[in-house]
Write a protein that binds this ligand. Structure first.
Ligand code: TRP
Ligand code: ZN
Length: 476
């Protein structure tokens, strides 16, 4: 479900046609094990990356995932995960071989359309050779059985630890930017969104929380419980969660009628009421500012893992080891529109997520009688000339320092500078139009700046250039 996938596919298809003549037959070039998964231009072979130049091995090329069905058994005491992933996809080129992203685990077997496939592994790439090559345009199902101890990524610089993080009573699963591969095989890049079914079996007393809606909760053989969840709207892989542990739940609807679920670890039981009420109130408010809620429910989860951060997991933002205040709740819920419904196609455009969510904090403050957005802007602009946000252009988020504060704060300042330039009326129309036109899709900075110019009737090139792309402080 991604347009970058299609672009990369068009290129690869062209190469594959050159390689095997006009018949369009799949090439036979994928049999040797000497050609490693990092070869990109081999005819009939899916690329090991989706085409994000900053993360060359994230995601994969040559197919487009429509749906993941994940069956997961997890035993917290043994830290043992048994998984079976069934991935429905469409080949965007002829494929004699394609890759999935998977980190760690023992792969027990892979099949494509029910027939055993051969596979090799190299780094975080799982290369699958189906018994029969797939024709361009073919829909196929790949099933992967895997098991072992999940290990999160200990990220470099400001990425922290992310992915499937085992805790004493379960797991805390927050995977931005590329930690989905630490718990299921897939196309781990936001340019390929898909729907998800989760069937998670855990020991008695443990609750498993995934995205979307709970479909069923049944007794499993052996005394455990199987939780079945469904996310029926397209979702980026990093937003998928299967957070497990002891949880106290509160369910209902917001005043505006949106389903809502709050869950807290017993250590944070006093936070449950406030989390539930605030999340509902803020979701309803964002509907008035950003437009219709894009998913089937809202809410939030507080776990006892001391991450110290939050992640906007689709329908279920997660807060790691702290009682969230209204500002961070406003931030994570704004991501449901900006980041989750509208997903970036390349990580360099991350300000479209974090700048918007940070500006939402400013809007929430303004709405509740605190500092206005103009005051927040002024304070930020008064940072000293040598503050690192001035030398880091937020419109070009760098892979080694992706979540730099500039992407958040200077990204938010960009939106405020835009609001001043085009006026409140055009600005708030722009936010709603942006969310509506790209609902459940993928976006780029160029699309946003073009829409801003179209709706305002103004030329905004120098404003965006100064705020997003120059390594110096713009004049106020
Ligand atoms: N996107 C998160 C936020 O809104 C921050 C974040 C980045 C994160 N990478 C993460 C959270 C990994 C959890 C895990 O602030
Ligand atoms: Zn954020």
């Amino acid at each position: 479900m991604g347009s970058m996938t299609r672009r990369a596919a068009a290129l690869l298809t062209a190469l594959s046609v050159l390689g095997c003549g006009a018949t369009g037959e799949p090439s036979q070039g994928a049999t040797g094990s000497d050609s490693g998964p990092t070869d990109t231009a081999e005819p009939g072979v899916g690329a090991p990356g989706i085409g994000d130049p900053d993360f060359p091995l994230d995601g994969n090329g040559g197919y487009d995932v429509a749906h993941y069905a994940l069956r997961i058994g997890y035993a917290p005491a043994r830290r043992r995960l048994d998984g079976e992933a069934t991935i429905q996809a469409r080949a965007t080129q002829a494929l004699s071989r394609f890759n999935l992203d998977l980190r760690g685990f023992t792969v027990g077997g892979v099949s494509v359309d029910g027939a055993a496939a051969t596979f090799t592994r190299k780094g975080d790439e799982l290369s699958v050779t189906p018994a029969e090559p797939l024709a361009r345009g073919a829909e196929f199902a790949v099933k992967v059985a895997y098991s072992g101890t999940p290990r999160p990524v200990r990220g470099s610089s400001n990425l922290g630890t992310y992915g499937f993080i085992p805790t004493a009573d379960g797991a805390f699963v927050t995977a931005e930017p590329n930690g989905a591969k630490t718990w299921f095989p897939g196309n781990d890049h936001p340019a390929d969104k898909a729907t998800f079914d989760f069937e998670i079996t855990v020991p008695a007393g443990v609750t498993a929380l995934a995205n979307g809606e709970l479909v069923s909760r049944t007794a499993a053989p052996g005394g455990g419980t199987t939780f079945t969840w469904r996310e029926a709207h397209p979702m980026a892989t990093y937003l998928a969660t299967a957070t497990m542990g002891r949880f106290t739940l509160r369910e209902g609807r917001t005043a505006g009628g949106i389903r809502s679920l709050a869950a807290v670890d017993p250590r944070f039981s006093s936070a449950l009421g406030e989390l539930y009420r605030r999340s509902g109130e803020i979701t309803d408010h964002w509907v008035t500012v950003f437009g219709p809620y894009p998913f089937s429910s809202t809410g939030g989860v507080v776990d006892d893992f001391s991450a110290g951060y939050a992640l906007e997991n689709q329908t279920k933002p997660m807060y790691g080891g702290f009682e969230p205040g209204e500002s961070i709740i406003a931030h994570e819920l704004a991501h449901q529109w900006f980041g989750n419904s509208l997903s970036i196609e390349r990580w360099e455009d991350l300000w479209l997520n974090e700048g918007f969510a940070t500006y939402a904090e400013w809007l929430w403050s303004e709405h509740t009688g605190g500092d206005t957005a103009a005051q927040r802007f002024k304070t930020a602009h008064a940072r000293p000339a040598n503050d690192p946000i001035w030398s880091y252009p937020p419109g070009d988020a760098r892979p080694g320092d992706l979540f730099n504060e500039s992407v958040y704060t200077r990204g938010a300042m960009t939106l405020h500078a835009l609001r001043r330039e085009i006026g409140d009326r055009a600005f708030f129309t722009l936010l709603k139009t942006w969310a509506a036109e790209h609902r459940h899709g993928n976006v780029t900075t160029e699309q946003f700046t073009a829409l801003a110019e179209r709706l305002s009737g103004k030329r905004l090139g120098s404003l965006f250039d100064a705020w997003l792309f120059q390594p110096r402080r713009p004049s106020a």
